[in-house]
Design a protein around this ligand. Structure first.
Ligand code: SF4
Ligand code: SF4
Length: 208
């Protein structure tokens, strides 16, 4: 098997629930869902999604792997925590939704045109380099994420916002040269490495 997605298909053939339990943050909770629908009914955005949370959990149990991992729904969760507060079974729904999005991204199955998926990656890369968000670079990468022509168009459309931010000291053009950072970027990298190790160990422990 040449890529992570194919490897997982092979490993968990016909058992998507098991795959979710072993690889998705808090995924072992999915089997506890009793399909009452309270989460979907409480989600302020659910009605506008392809699949609200309750449906996602039902689809996982039904083995609908491609539909779940390719769905844009998880990417639109705003972490409002309404669903968690109301779930009678106490499922950490928000975390599962983000966990599913992260797992889909890890396998390269996230919807290619989903803007939040793109933004998440840009934000993470921007932040983890120096420990501080370089707003100028982040803004520019967002404008140009769909190509040069689109970038110019968006930059022109947003020029008043940019100017307003500059005038109020919220945007420093010199940040293009590198920008500010935390004192100990090496420490940050070590901390992130450790966090990844802990996550991997947690997954490995669950897999037994
Ligand atoms: S509220 Fe909880 S138990 Fe009910 S459908 Fe949602 S996740 Fe399942
Ligand atoms: S946390 Fe996400 S899934 Fe839960 S209600 Fe809010 S938007 Fe919906």
């Amino acid at each position: 098997m040449s890529n992570p997605n194919q490897a997982m298909v092979e490993k968990y053939r016909s058992n998507f629930l098991k795959e979710v339990e072993a690889n998705v943050e808090e995924g072992h909770w999915v089997k506890m869902c009793m399909q009452c629908g309270v989460c979907s009914g409480s989600c302020p955005l659910g009605p506008h999604w392809e699949h609200p949370p309750q449906e996602i959990f039902m689809m996982i149990r039904a083995g609908k792997r491609e539909e779940v991992l390719g769905s844009s729904s998880m990417w639109m969760c705003t972490s409002c925590y309404n669903c968690i507060a109301r779930c009678p079974r106490g499922l950490p729904i928000t975390h599962i939704m983000h966990g599913l999005a992260t797992y889909a991204k890890r396998l390269g199955l996230q919807p290619k045109t989903q803007p939040t998926a793109k933004f998440s990656q840009l934000f993470w890369s921007n932040l983890t380099k120096t420990g501080r968000v370089n707003e100028l670079k982040l803004g520019l990468s967002l404008y140009f994420m769909n190509g040069f022509a689109n970038g110019i168009k968006t930059a022109l459309k947003m020029q008043d916002v940019g100017l307003g931010m500059y005038k109020t000291g919220r945007l420093n053009p010199l940040e293009i040269l590198g920008g500010h950072s935390i004192k100990d970027t090496g420490g940050l990298q070590k901390m992130l490495k450790k966090a990844f190790e802990i996550e991997e160990a947690k997954i490995a422990e669950y897999k037994g």
